[in-house]
Ligand binder design. Structure first.
Ligand SMILES: C[S@@+](CC[C@H](N)C(=O)[O-])C[C@H]1O[C@@H](n2cnc3c(N)ncnc32)[C@H](O)[C@@H]1O
Length: 354
């Protein structure tokens, strides 16, 4: 039977929108990395004026502007040949803020750089070692998360946990697992000088960056170490353990969750910030963030987990599976909180009394 022509036509339009979006995403990344958006935000400009402002070659800037104008990102006045980045658009394309989507657009380039390796995994199995992802933590997603921590970690995330600010102000021992380049640890250590903060990650380079930032910020109450979370067995229990966007990437998440449970004081809290999706595919159909997060999971979370011998849990494990795994690890009291980002939720878990 011939396909429904109206449906085919509508899907063709949908596909054109996707191809256009894919292309504009790459060009937004260029605008972010070359400083074109910052320059454009300073006022209307011809291609020559904008190129001079940004210190770039006019011919390339002109073609980029053509895509920006026809793509609805910038406006063009044929009367004077000037291009304008509307203030409402500049709010989402400029500035050192988590609202700036430039770093996320840029991070898709990083993910694109490993497409041949991921495609090979489809046919041959296996994973992609994290070392093959150029600058994953230095730019792109890592940069966005740094801004999120600056803007939201202390109040927007931790401030929602009843009683946590009080405990942190009084002075407790905190561990951040999978701390990456450690910005969250350093932000918390600065906000709560009476508490001590240990950051732990398996990536040596990330821990070196974390320690350099700690030293630059003069934080005596933070410390970092290279270690495997699956082998966590501290000499003294912690009062609070955090894991920010780090559990679903683990090779052995079940083991890590059990280790976290056992490393907590009986009154301790485990605070896990993770993705905010449903476990069943059919329950994510109306979620506008789902396709992007599935893509990031496919191109980063799953292959990096499998590369270290994991099963590739992935970013889309979902709230129901997370709750099941937390319960299996011994957390009988789990509350899920909304966060300032709809794509993320926060699990606040109390250890079972032992
Ligand atoms: C997506 S990053 C999140 C980093 C950081 N929490 C942040 O929000 O910026 C996940 C981190 O988990 C770390 N990781 C993965 N497996 C680990 C393991 N077995 N032990 C410790 N860290 C691990 C990775 O090296 C990476 O830094």
């Amino acid at each position: 039977m011939d396909p429904d022509p109206d449906r085919t036509r509508a899907f063709g339009e949908q596909l054109l929108g996707m191809l256009t979006g894919g292309m504009l995403t790459m060009l937004i990344g260029i605008g972010h990395r070359t400083g074109l958006f910052e320059a454009a935000a300073r006022g209307p400009a011809t291609s020559s004026e904008l190129a001079e402002r940004a210190g770039l070659h006019e011919r390339y800037v002109r073609e980029w502007l053509g895509a920006m104008v026809t793509g609805g990102i910038m406006e063009y006045d044929p009367a004077d040949g000037r291009h304008t980045l509307p203030a409402a658009h500049a709010a989402l394309l400029t500035g050192a803020t988590s609202r700036n989507v430039g770093p996320t657009a840029s991070s898709l380039r990083t993910l694109g750089s490993v497409l041949p390796q991921v495609e090979r995994c489809f046919t041959e199995g296996g994973g992609v070692p994290i070392a093959e992802y150029a600058a994953v933590s230095a730019g792109g997603l890592g940069e966005t998360w740094r801004h999120i921590y600056d803007e939201h970690l202390v109040d927007g995330f931790l401030g929602r946990v009843p009683g946590l600010h009080e405990r942190l102000r009084a002075g407790v021992r905190v561990l951040d697992l999978g701390c990456g380049t450690g910005h969250a640890v350093n932000v918390m250590a600065r906000a709560f000088p009476e508490s001590t903060f240990d950051g732990l990650d398996i990536a040596t380079d990330a821990i070196a960056d974390a320690e350099a930032e700690r030293a630059a910020m003069h934080l005596p109450n933070a410390a970092f170490a290279v270690a495997d979370a699956a082998a966590l067995a501290p000499e003294r229990p912690y009062d609070v353990i955090t894991a920010f966007d780090a559990i679903h990437d683990q090779a052995a998440p079940e083991v890590v969750l059990r280790r976290i449970h056992d490393a907590l004081d009986p009154d301790g809290l485990f605070v896990m910030i993770d993705t905010n999706f449903a476990t069943r595919l059919e329950d994510n159909l109306a979620d506008p963030y789902a396709p992007l997060s599935f893509g990031i999971s496919l191109l980063f979370c799953v292959p990096t987990s499998i590369a270290t011998g994991g099963s590739g849990l992935g970013a889309m494990w979902g709230r129901e599976q997370a709750r099941r795994m937390l319960a299996d690890a011994g957390f009988t009291d789990v509350q899920v909180f909304d966060t300032p980002r709809p794509q993320n939720c926060m699990y606040v878990c109390r250890a079972e009394q032992r």
